[in-house]
Structures are given as structure tokens and as C-alpha cells.
Design a protein around this ligand. Structure first.
Ligand code: GAL
Length: 661
């Protein structure tokens, strides 16, 4: 992605520090193996201290000193925070909450992107930055803004734009009434003017879903405007944005279309045994956006916190987490942040260097990692994460099950189930990928879908074609429930997936958290969780699991249906990660997916490959030494040792083995 070298660096805020620190900073960065820093995303005031008065000298000087030390720059367009002069001169740009109160100035993202005065001034500052650095060889490219999606305005203009958005989407008022089913509670609209943003409390779910779509669209549109300007004025520069992993308020597939590459902010937080599952899934989801390797724009480098702070990472843990990102498809790591801020809201969000400006353990660790990254670059660059099982990701599904998670006690949410499925697969050492609508499916040995609550005819067609051609597909309870606009279908469940699954749901019941019923499998059993469905099995469908307990006792719960050259599993409950792990052991062999059941707790195994070469990353997330069995002999490129049939990792240790070990 970035040539033959991996990128390595940090977020740097030269404007936070007196100039006397800059030269030493650059020198220490060089010694730590840095070749990139990200700057500028909150520096609107520094670029434009008074309306229409611009100043680039400070950044020019900072960039020059860095470049002399071999460090290039990515510049954030500075629109993530507005200057105080703007808030005073144009008070209407401040965002509004649902009670009609404008936000006070002083927190980032406190404005409304739809306000023309904001838009005009934002585009002007982006234009100036783009023009100033267009031909500057020290600048690799631009990051648009910072973490889009983190705040939502509800001012009058937002209501107006929402109406226009609906008009474009549905065309006529009759259509929207039909799609929303507004006859319920007599909420029929006579014209688009009558439609407001939905109540935050408990809106008509169709209305609520469209609000989520609208909010996402607003950020995508705003970013598109920035990108158009950047491309026009600085056509040779790369453009990215720092996404947020499993954050789900933006339809990231659409959002990423105009970007040259995906970068994202990875904050794994503090260790719990299987923490890596969420992080690894986030990496897979981010990779899937452009189906290409990514840059970690912000990797947590110290205890996080604003008013308080989290426990510190143990020695080695920070680097292990950075290696995890590389194992899962990052071609570069940039930490957040170089030095901990001595002022402002994030004083306790620790960077590589503490407030005291003395390079200590975290700096030494980052510097060692810098050497290792440089040494292993040529082995890693050109490879990408191996993906055998694809996990479906879709924002409409996430949003719809946010509004109606159906089970008070044990929510049925698309992204919760996605996480549990991922955890189960990762504990079996399966190489996971993530896929979105319209992406290439045929290379996956198996696909697993969290509840396909909304039905999308194109998805039904794509999954059917995948299975007919020999693919293995896992569907779950609560699939095929609704239209794409979040209204229940009037047809037997699982709706448009019934033919593919070879079942019809006779009855469904949500379960309290402490329900103690089971599904009996050919070997062992799993606990029903969240919901149980009684499946009516069509001819040719095999019954794999049977309900045990209460009135569904003895009825079909899990099935397998051969379709064309492939097969479809239907799981009539939404089990825990541990139970998915058992179920996958039944499902994966037929799909010829590689997995193993002997991975010690806290050990993560991931693979990257390119034509003719493969790497195995073994990561120890536990604070104790662990031994991992290997298929044969391999060389640990990181530690430089030969490993014969096993590798022993110290607490938070990492091995990068040559070949598939
Ligand atoms: C990120 C954000 C950074 C910083 C960091 C720590 O999400 O992009 O600017 O705020 O969190 O809070």
C-alpha cells in the first residue's frame, strides 16, 4: 500500500508544544524508527487564527524538522474542531440537542455540518490546506477530519435536510406511508413537510432506521465534499480517514468508496481473556471496507482516560497489540499519541511519552518495535490476511436491531451475535474475514450470517448463488423477518430465506437470561439462548439438533439443507460464543475449513499470505508464558529462533513464523 516499507509513527501535535521541543521530538522519533506522523486534525485555529487570516508557517517548520529526520507527514483536515471566533460570529453553527438547546463551544464536533456558514468556512480551510501542501513532497496525503460520526445535531436545518433525504429515497408520500406502515396509530403523512426527525425514545422503527441512514449520509456527503476539493487541488496526494472499527453509526462501505485506503483507530482497552476477539473482528471489518490492507492511524499507546485513567499495559503488551494489528492486515502503525497532553480534556489519555517528557518504558518498547517492524517489513509487505470464513456485516441490520432488540433480558442484536460468532471462530484459530453486500464471496469456504433480520433481495440471490456453487452457509434465528425498510413481512419465517434454509418457523419464543433449555446435538448439547424457534422441516432437510426442555421438547432446532453443490445450516437459537464454538466444530469440517481445538486460552493465531508465501502470527494475550503446538518446524522471524513442533511465548510474547505453522 505504501511501497515496500511499513509505516510507523504517531499522532503529533506540534501546536501543543513550545518550538524548543520540536527538534528533540523529531530526533527521538527517528531513533524509534518513525517514518510518519499524523498532524493537524484539531488545528483549525492554528491554520486560521482569525476569520480569513491564514498561517501555515508553524506546520511548515514542524514538517521540515521531521522530514530532515526521515519522517513524512499525513495532514488531517482541521474540521474536527471549530475555532472560538466562529462559534461567536456564527452562533447558529453550533449543534442542537433534541430539546432544542444549542451546544456550548468547547468540545470537538460540537457544530452542525449542514449549516451553510460552517460548510463555507470548512471548505475554505480545507481548500487552503490542500493548496498549500499539494506539491509538498514531505506530505504523504490527507486524513479527512477526525472520526466522523461521533455527534448528531437536531436543528431545524437537519429536519429540513431529513425531509429532502426521504423525498429522494421514496419519491412520493404514498410510498413512504406504505413503507413505514403509517396507518398504525394514524400517523399517516399528507406531505413530506409533515415529517420531522423521529423522537429519540421509541419511534416507528422504519422512521428510526431512516434517521440512522440520514445521519450516516450527512457525514458521507460532508466527507465527499472535502474529498472533491482535496482531489482537485492536490491530485497526487493520498486520502484516508480514521475510521473506528466496530463503531456503527456510519455506513462505512459507502463512506470508504472515495478513499484511497482505509485507516482506523484501534483502542483495545484493557485485557480480558478473550478481548482479542473483538479487536480481531474489528480488523476484519475494517479490512473488508476496501478489501485491502489498512493503516492503524491511532493505536493506543498508554493508559486511556480523560478525568481518570485506565490501568497501564504490562511490559510487552503494547507491542503485542501492535503486532496483532499487523497480523490482521495493517501495513502500518501510528500510535496515539506522541506525548501526553499537559492541558485540555485529554490530559490523562497517555501517549508514548508522559507529561514529564522523559522517554521511559513505553518509549523503549515502541522503539524496539520500530526496529522489528523495519526488519520484518520485506517479509510482511505484499501479504494480506488469510480469510477462510466470512462473517456478514451490514449497518441497516445493526441499526434495525438497535431499535428493536426483541428480548429485554438478553438482546437480539446483529452486532452482538456477529461478535459472538467471531469469538467462537477465533478461539478455534479460524482465519476470519468480513463481507458486506455485493462483495466477492466465492473464495470463502464458509459464510456465517448473524440474524438477517431485514431482507435484502440481492443478498438472498447472492447467498443462493454462493451455496449452489458449493459454499457452506450458516443462517440463524430471526432471519427474513422484515422488509429492507424495517416493517414485518406477512409470510412464514424465515421469509425470503425459507427456501434456501429448507425450513419454516412454526413458533418462536424469546428466552429469559436464566432459561435452562438445551439443543441436543449428535455429540453433546448447547444451551438455547435469547430465542428458540420450532422448525418445520421441509423434504430433503436434515435435522441436526433437537430442542430439550419445556413445550418445544423433541422438536427440530438446528438443520442442514443441501442446495446445489453446497449446504445451508439453520440454527434456530442464538447461542453463546462458547456454544457457537461447539457448533462450528460440527459445521466447519464439511466446508474444509482449517481449525484446531487445542489453542491455549489467551493465544491468538492469525495468518497472512501472498502468492507462494505465508506467515503465521502467534500472539500471547495472557500475562503468563504459554506453549503452542505447531504442525512442524518453522523459523520465528521475530525472535530469530527455529521452532520444532512448538513455540513457547513469554507473557504478551509474539512469534512471526515463516510458513503456515
Ligand atoms: C480517539 C480520537 C483522538 C483522541 C483519542 C483518545 O478516538 O481520534 O483524537 O481523542 O480517541 O480519547
Amino acid at each position: 500500500m505504501f511501497g515496500t516499507k511499513m509505516l510507523y509513527g504517531a499522532a503529533y501535535y506540534p501546536e501543543h508544544w513550545e518550538r524548543k521541543h520540536w527538534a528533540r521530538d523529531a530526533k527521538l522519533m527517528k531513533q524509534a524508527g518513525f517514518n510518519v506522523v499524523r498532524v493537524g486534525e484539531f488545528a483549525w485555529w492554528n491554520f486560521e487564527p482569525r476569520e480569513g487570516v491564514f498561517d501555515f508557517t508553524w506546520l511548515d517548520d514542524a514538517i521540515a524538522g521531521l522530514y530532515e529526520n526521515g519522517i513524512s507527514t499525513i495532514i488531517g483536515t482541521p474540521t474536527a474542531t471549530i475555532p472560538a471566533w466562529m462559534a461567536k460570529a456564527y452562533p447558529h453553527v453550533m449543534g442542537m440537542d433534541d430539546k432544542g438547546v444549542r451546544r456550548p463551544f468547547g468540545v470537538r464536533k460540537d457544530y452542525c455540518v449542514l449549516q451553510p456558514d460552517f460548510d463555507r468556512l470548512a471548505m475554505r480551510v480545507v481548500e487552503r490546506v490542500a493548496a498549500h501542501y499539494a506539491d509538498d513532497k514531505r506530505v504523504i496525503g490527507f486524513q479527512t477530519d477526525n472520526e466522523f460520526g461521533s455527534s448528531r445535531c437536531r436543528c431545524g436545518l437537519c429536519h429540513e435536510h431529513f425531509r429532502k433525504f426521504l423525498q429522494r429515497r421514496y419519491g412520493t408520500i404514498d410510498r413512504i406511508n406504505k413503507e413505514y406502515g403509517t396507518w398504525f396509530w394514524g400517523a399517516v403523512y399528507n406531505s413530506f413537510d409533515e415529517i420531522d426527525l423521529p423522537t429519540p425514545a421509541c419511534p416507528n422503527p422504519s422512521h428510526g432506521l431512516d434517521f440512522k441512514r440520514f445521519a450516516s449520509f450527512v457525514d458521507i456527503e460532508h466527507q465527499s465534499k472535502q474529498i472533491k476539493l482535496l482531489r482537485k487541488l492536490a491530485p497526487r496526494k493520498l486520502i484516508t480517514h480514521n475510521l473506528m472499527g466496530l463503531f456503527s453509526d456510519i455506513e462505512y462501505y459507502e463512506f470508504c468508496k472515495d478513499l484511497d485506503f482505509v485507516s482506523w483507530d484501534s483502542y483495545p482497552g484493557n485485557n480480558t481473556e478473550n478481548r482479542f476477539a473483538d479487536d480481531s473482528l474489528a480488523h476484519a471489518v475494517m479490512w473488508s471496507m476496501k478489501q485491502a490492507n489498512v493503516l492503524i492511524m491511532e493505536k493506543q499507546s498508554g493508559p486511556g482516560g480523560w478525568t481518570t485513567y485506565a490501568p497501564a499495559t504490562a511490559p510487552g503488551e503494547q507491542s503485542m497489540l501492535a503486532w496483532q494489528s499487523i497480523a490482521r492486515g495493517a501495513d502500518g502503525i501510528s500510535y496515539f499519541r506522541w506525548r501526553t497532553s499537559i492541558s485540555g480534556q485529554e490530559q490523562y489519555w497517555h501517549g508514548i511519552i508522559n507529561h514529564d517528557n522523559v522517554p521511559r518504558r513505553r518509549y523503549r518498547e515502541v522503539a524496539t518495535m520500530g526496529k522489528d517492524v523495519a526488519r520484518l517489513s520485506s517479509a510482511i509487505i505484499g501479504t494480506e490476511p488469510v480469510r477462510q470464513v466470512g462473517i456478514y456485516n451490514n449497518y441497516d441490520q445493526i441499526w434495525a436491531t438497535e431499535y428493536q432488540h426483541q428480548n429485554n433480558d438478553d438482546p437480539i442484536r446483529f452486532n452482538l451475535v456477529m461478535r459472538e460468532m467471531a469469538e467462537a471462530l477465533l478461539l478455534l484459530g479460524v482465519d476470519i474475514g468480513s463481507f458486506g453486500d455485493g462483495q466477492k464471496l466465492k473464495d470463502y469456504k464458509a459464510l456465517v450470517c448473524p440474524p438477517l433480520y431485514l431482507s435484502n433481495p440481492k443478498l438472498v440471490a447472492d447467498l443462493t448463488a454462493y451455496v449452489r456453487a458449493g459454499g457452506h452457509l450458516v443462517l440463524t434465528a430471526r432471519s427474513g423477518v422484515k422488509t429492507i425498510n424495517n416493517k414485518n413481512l406477512m409470510q412464514p419465517l424465515p421469509g425470503p430465506f425459507a427456501e434456501l434454509a429448507g425450513v419454516e418457523i412454526d413458533e418462536y419464543a424469546v428466552l429469559p437470561k436464566d432459561a435452562d433449555w438445551k439443543v441436543e446435538l449428535p455429540q453433546g448439547s448447547i444451551k438455547t439462548k435469547r430465542i428458540r424457534e420450532h422448525l418445520l422441516v421441509k423434504k430433503g432437510t436434515e435435522i441436526i439438533g433437537i430442542h430439550r426442555g419445556d413445550y418445544m421438547d423433541g422438536l427440530p432446532a438446528i438443520t442442514k439443507h443441501k442446495v446445489g453443490k453446497g449446504c445451508v445450516w439453520y440454527v434456530g437459537t442464538l447461542p453463546s460464543a462458547a456454544d457457537w464454538r461447539l457448533l462450528f466444530q460440527l459445521i466447519l469440517p464439511g466446508a474444509k475449513v482449517d481449525f484446531r481445538t487445542d489453542i491455549p486460552t489467551g493465544i491468538e493465531i492469525a495468518h497472512r499470505s501472498a502468492k507462494g508465501r505465508q506467515l503465521t502470527f502467534v500472539l500471547n494475550h495472557a500475562g503468563k508464558s504459554q506453549i503452542v503446538r505447531l504442525a512442524g518446524t518453522a523459523t520465528d522471524l521475530l525472535g530469530g529462533k527455529k521452532c520444532d513442533g512448538r513455540v513457547e511465548l513469554p507473557p504478551y510474547g509474539v512469534a512471526v513464523l515463516n510458513g503456515r505453522a
